[in-house]
Design a protein around this ligand. Sequence first.
Ligand code: FAD
Length: 492
Amino acid sequence: MTTKAAFSLLVGSNIYEEDPILKPILKHLWEDYNDHEQELIDFGRWAGEELLPALWHLDNYAPPQHLYFTPLGERVDQIWISPLQRNLMDRLNEFGINSDPHSSETLMYHYALGYLLSDAGLYCIFTLTNQVAIILSKYGPFKEEVPYISGAQKPYKYGATFYTEVTSGSDLSQNQTIARRDGSRWLLTGEKYFTSNVGIADYALVTAFEEGAERHIKNLRLFVVPRYRKDGSPNYVIRRLKPKVGSRLVPTGEVELNNSEAYPVGDLSLGIYYTVESLMYARLSNAVASMGLAMKAYLEAKKFAERRITFGKPIIKHTLLAAEFEEYLEKLKRGILIGFLAVAEMDKCWQEKPPYNEQYLFARLLTHIAKNRTAELAIDITQWAIEVFGGIGVLSEFIIERWHREAQVAIIWEGTAHIHALEMVETIRKKGAGRLLIERIKGLASPSDLKKAEQIIQFIETGSIEEVVRKSRHLLRELAVVIENAYLSQIS
Ligand SMILES: Cc1cc2nc3c(=O)[nH]c(=O)nc-3n(C[C@H](O)[C@H](O)[C@H](O)COP(=O)(O)OP(=O)(O)OC[C@H]3O[C@@H](n4cnc5c(N)ncnc54)[C@H](O)[C@@H]3O)c2cc1C
């Protein structure tokens, strides 16, 4: 066997065809799977042959850079993206990773490619664009100032979400950004602390409070802010880019809004609904990408273990390690299943609008459970993959350590584990989503699992809120396992 690239044993493989888990799960959950199989095979080949080497190079040597000034001293705040990365972005658009939400009926294709791509940084660029495109297509505005962005038409447009501030990430009710009306448009002033896709994005969804409004989450407003003002000058200042342990290919910066031109999204009074909904699409991306990168780490570890000899045989043949390979493959199966199950349920209702129907509520509950479960699994699996490589696993000249760095980001952004636990409690206790969950798994779950799920739901619905919250992170995990058990029997 020849090694195609010294840093990775997976380079040159077809990442889709090497994957022992994805295909049966997609076949089961995606009605139109057969229509897309060839595209997935083509993408898998491209990902193994071209994408993977390019990602390694970009991550190590050419991540985005902040260029402040021209030679004439003009401040431009250009975020320089390597031409190699630009080419990858074009290719991903040509593969149709993002489609026009008006014309596409399914989100499955986007998430299937996201899983195969699964570089947390590069995929984030498309996730953000996808979520902005969906929100704008559902709620507007469509005006001259904010042309509709589909992610599908050339020149490709990109989106971003600027919600977090230095004192306000999980708790957006503490956003300090102020919105003032100025005729038909609005002017936003404030500072955003984590702004992924900054410099690439043409439009950003931005949260703010109207001047004088009480800081209450129900008063949060959502606006769309173009990169450039109507007169062509920059609409906000990019203060700096952040150095990160992972997701390096998406530039994440800090932004100063100073009377930045903004346009309200939909009905201003529903801003918090739109904001949370936009996060749901990103949380699903997070779930599938977490498992995609965990699978890459597993496959790298397997290829290594088949060739690394200790005590006279390949390490994969030692009883203890062979058992662990089985155990970790099972973990991958569970994570990929629950991630794509959440996607498939959202796929049935993503056109729904506030106050949303029961199906959306169920999809939302699954999304909280799946986002956390997959992020935790990815950390565990990528950590174990490093161990399989022994000392070589911690050398940054090989790709294996990178997947673990990426996994560490996935558990934080799009809502921390604590926040998903609390939101899970809210959707069950206040919105009754637990009953829907029981209905769905009845007939699939074993009697003991069904009883367990019923007990958990009843406890969350009626237990002392203090006790429920104390245990919520554990309950989030336990519900994940019960759901996985129920659906695993369906996958051949
Ligand atoms: C690489 C990266 C890119 C990002 N990109 C973007 C972006 O593009 N746009 C954007 O808007 N944001 C972005 N974020 C921000 C991200 O969404 C926030 O970091 C995240 O939501 C957590 O908010 P915080 O950092 O303010 O932490 P905090 O909210 O201050 O939380 C700190 C800790 O307290 C815990 N905690 C908070 N409240 C509770 C509670 N009630 N009960 C129990 N525990 C609690 C949290 O879980 C966490 O462990 C990005 C973050 C990262 C790391």
